[in-house]
Design a protein around this ligand. Structure first.
Ligand code: NAP
Length: 429
């Protein structure tokens, strides 16, 4: 019998040396090979793209993100050269097409970290804690940070398609803001041992004083990034006496963010456009903080250097200044810019933040069941209140991998800094 011709699948590939280079390749999926023990194949159906995906490409070698889903060796040349081309993963949902894991039957829905591709992808999974959580155990993914090897079986609910779409855009980065407020700058650092921004495995010290915001002013750069919005929402919900004394937001969208801050912070917040940062020092001085915490979520063009200079030249120079590096500007960095960013880490004494390192620490301390119960509760609460947390934001739907309206077009927009602060890019595949 002649089998019907298979429809080609699409894969978005990105150049490892220059992340601006990208292409869509077509691949006819080969007749299915048997599945290894405890494994399944799943096809991504709904993925989100944010600046975070640019980081997966920029740090793909250093942090092993390129190893998650290597380009198939059957891809056409030159894209089959895995040293030059890679697949950038994205957060979202996939449906199971084949499985030999009894608890995850075909058509089940999984949440996790997927290839930007329509090709059914092989996962080798081991059951984890809590129930419905699974961990990817393939050899080629062992160097990946644990956060990226965790999958969750979830239930499909037609009524909640909107929640699913927002999850693809926010859930992957939301946890970063949550952990920053809850564990690095814990609202009760004397009661709960604070965690260094890189996690306990770094063996770097992080004392209750480091974690204490009660005498600090917090300045958030790139305040309209999704990771910053999550952090700010958590800050708003803390007991007021735990601090900070005041909040400065620096963003290209000052009006909407000031309106939001006014609701939670009244006169204790100031929101500035990038051109207005000179006003920050005087305002902060008025609050008489002992500490200034700058959280850089990916500010535009060297603004941090300028702010740092302003601080050093003002009466705030005696104030303890702590700079946390969360993210980078929404653009593709040249090799020289990557080098300059590394040098700035040292010259400004920036402290790198790592969500996976903190999550791993909390899981070790509290147990996975307790941690995920707590985070799931808070995430669902945020999702239910998103209309007040992010009133300006809207989803921008794309379709498929290829073309301007697909993942290809999304990558163009991110690479060129064209994804706007109020947009959440989500793709139905
Ligand atoms: N270290 C960690 O563990 C960790 C965890 C999560 C995320 N991150 C990183 O945090 C950063 C932010 O991620 P995200 O997903 O939250 O970002 P996002 O929402 O996609 O960022 C969009 C924002 O980027 C800012 N931006 C800066 N330069 C821009 C430009 N040239 N064009 C357009 N927008 C620009 C804008 O904010 P303003 O207008 O307010 O400047 C815009 O609202 C990424 O670098 C990500 O990798 C790190």
């Amino acid at each position: 019998m002649i089998s019907p011709a298979r429809k080609p699948e699409m894969i978005h590939v990105v150049g490892k040396a220059d992340n601006r280079q990208h292409a869509v390749i077509e691949l006819v999926s080969s007749p299915d090979h048997g599945l290894p023990t405890s494994s399944l194949r799943a096809r991504p159906i709904l993925l989100g793209l944010t600046s975070n995906n640019l980081s997966y490409a920029r740090g793909g070698d250093l942090l092993h993100w390129w190893k998650t889903y290597p380009v198939p060796s059957t891809a056409p040349a030159p894209y089959n050269d895995q040293s030059s081309w890679g697949i950038v993963p994205a957060w979202g949902y996939a449906t199971v097409t084949e499985s030999n894991i009894p608890e995850i039957i075909p058509d089940s829905l999984l949440w996790g970290y997927w290839p930007t591709s329509t090709l059914p992808t092989l996962l080798c999974l081991e059951r984890s804690d809590p129930e419905e959580h699974w961990v990817e155990v393939s050899n080629h993914r062992q160097q990946l940070m644990p956060l990226y090897n965790r999958y969750e079986r979830v239930l499909f609910d037609e009524k909640n398609l909107d929640d699913m779409a927002w999850s693809t855009v926010f859930r992957g980065v939301w946890v970063a803001g949550y952990l920053l407020s809850e564990y690095v700058f814990s609202s009760d650092p004397r009661a709960r041992e604070p965690i260094h921004p890189l996690g306990a495995a770094s063996k770097l010290p992080w004392s209750a004083d480091d974690a204490d915001l009660s005498t600090a002013v917090v300045m958030v750069l790139g305040a309209s990034t999704k990771v910053a919005r999550s952090f700010l929402w958590c800050l708003f919900n803390r007991p007021r006496e735990s601090g900070p004394l005041g909040l400065v937001q620096v963003t290209s969208s000052p009006d909407v963010l000031q309106e939001l801050a006014d609701k939670g912070w009244g006169g204790k917040s100031k929101t500035l456009a990038y051109t207005e940062t000179k006003q920050a020092t005087e305002w902060i001085k008025g609050l008489q903080p002992l500490k200034l915490v700058i959280v850089d979520c990916g500010a535009r063009d060297n603004i941090l250097n300028q702010i740092y200079r302003n601080i050093q030249e003002s009466a705030l120079s005696s104030c303890k200044t702590v700079i946390l590096q969360i993210g980078s500007q929404q653009k593709v960095y040249t090799a020289d810019e990557v080098q300059a960013a590394r040098s700035a880490m040292i010259s400004l004494g920036k402290i790198q933040y790592n969500t996976s390192g903190i999550q791993d620490t909390v899981i070790n301390r509290e147990g996975a069941a307790t941690y995920f119960r707590k985070i799931s509760h808070n995430w669902k609460d945020w999702l239910a209140h998103r209309a007040s947390a992010i009133p300006d934001m809207r989803l921008v739907y794309g379709q498929g991998i290829a073309g301007d309206n697909g993942i290809y077009g999304g990558w163009e927009r991110l690479s060129n800094g064209e994804a706007r602060p109020e947009q959440g890019l989500v793709y139905a595949l």
